[in-house]
Write a protein that binds this ligand. Structure first.
Ligand SMILES: C[S@@+](CC[C@H](N)C(=O)[O-])C[C@H]1O[C@@H](n2cnc3c(N)ncnc32)[C@H](O)[C@@H]1O
Length: 322
């Protein structure tokens, strides 16, 4: 039996971090997966990013959730479950849970255990009658959800435009896998950052307070601490550019000079100006994302956007019948 006082732990073992870092940093074009950003400090820095003036995605998505709250709530049946992928601090779903009394269980899923523990204690105080089952896992690795008996439906949420971190074809495969847990009564809500001008996008990822730079550079410190390395943040700088042809923000850590570091017993060389690609964040049109959903067996039921069409919330259903 699952004890909801505990985090249901399927977190990746530490050797996965070592393997992923060394694979990326010894490739011809160096890269690191954005999922590696989220140690305790990285998760806190991401929360700071969401409060920045230039970072429009978080407040716009929150505005859409608040504005369409009634419609979203009406999708839940009595005694339902809200499962949230990459929940972070769970602040976006809080209002839905507070006001939609049809939800009896909340299952946040995140790779960051510290973040889950923080939101668990916050939710426990605010919602004493809610069943909370936090799952620490990498959702790209055969995620198995703990069983929870309920008579209603399941609302699967994937917010924060985290879907944009996947390559478009991987996004399709990922959505297809996710849709396996849905039946005809269930629904899937995904937050998608929409295409817009280069200036707005680049400002959002190169903010004036340099919080995004700290977030990106923190990955170097994480490697230093967790992989017993002499790599240093000061030897890199942050850069984010919008690649219009690919329709994505690309985030890099760039070496300020040539040097060699030790990472867990392996030597890794960097040359001056060498880039480590740490994140892609794809921006879609509503039509482009609708096509990805279709190819994954998901049909679009509704799309909610803000007045400037900066961001969209897709409400999807599986095409398979009950
Ligand atoms: C961009 S943040 C979004 C957080 C929150 N949903 C929001 O909208 O503010 C991405 C979140 O997904 C989590 N995450 C990233 N990659 C993950 C993975 N492969 N498996 C599980 N969680 C992941 C991170 O820890 C982080 O909390």
């Amino acid at each position: 039996m699952i004890n909801s006082d505990k985090i249901y732990d399927q977190s990746p073992p530490p050797q996965d971090f070592r393997r992923e870092v060394l694979t990326g940093l010894t490739s011809e074009k160096k890269w690191l997966s954005p999922k590696l950003f989220y140690d305790a400090k990285g998760s806190k820095l991401f929360e700071e990013i969401t409060r920045l003036e230039e970072y429009y995605p978080s407040r716009t998505e929150k505005w859409i959730l608040d504005n369409y709250f009634r419609e979203i709530c009406s999708l839940f049946a009595e005694d339902s479950m809200l499962v949230e992928l990459g929940a972070g601090d769970s602040s976006k779903t809080e209002q839905i849970i507070a006001q939609c009394n049809k939800i009896s269980c909340y299952m946040p899923i995140d790779i960051s255990k510290v973040t889950l523990a923080d939101s668990l204690s916050k939710y426990r105080k605010k919602f004493p009658n809610l069943k909370i089952i936090p799952v620490c896992a990498d959702y790209t690795k055969n995620l198995v959800l703990p069983y929870y008996k309920h008579s209603g439906n399941l609302g699967l949420f994937f917010l924060g435009s985290t879907i944009g971190n996947f390559e478009p074809h991987e996004a399709g495969d990922f959505l297809k896998e996710c849709s396996e847990i849905l039946d005809g009564r269930d629904f899937f809500i995904i937050g998608v950052d929409l295409k817009k001008d280069k200036e707005t996008l680049e400002k959002a990822y190169n903010d004036s307070e340099e919080v995004t730079a700290k977030f990106n550079l923190n990955l170097i410190t994480r490697i230093r601490h967790e992989l017993n390395s002499d790599i240093e943040e000061d030897d890199f700088y942050h850069k984010a550019v919008y690649n219009e042809r690919e329709g994505r923000i690309e985030m890099y850590l760039i070496a300020k000079r040539s040097f060699t570091v030790d990472i867990s017993g392996s030597r890794v060389d960097f040359y001056e100006g060498e880039k480590v690609h740490t994140e892609n964040s794809y921006k879609y049109s509503v039509d482009q994302f609708t096509d990805i959903c279709k190819s994954s067996g998901l049909k679009k039921e509704k799309v909610f956007t803000d007045s400037e069409s900066k961001f969209a919330l897709f409400v999807l259903r599986t095409e398979k019948s009950n």
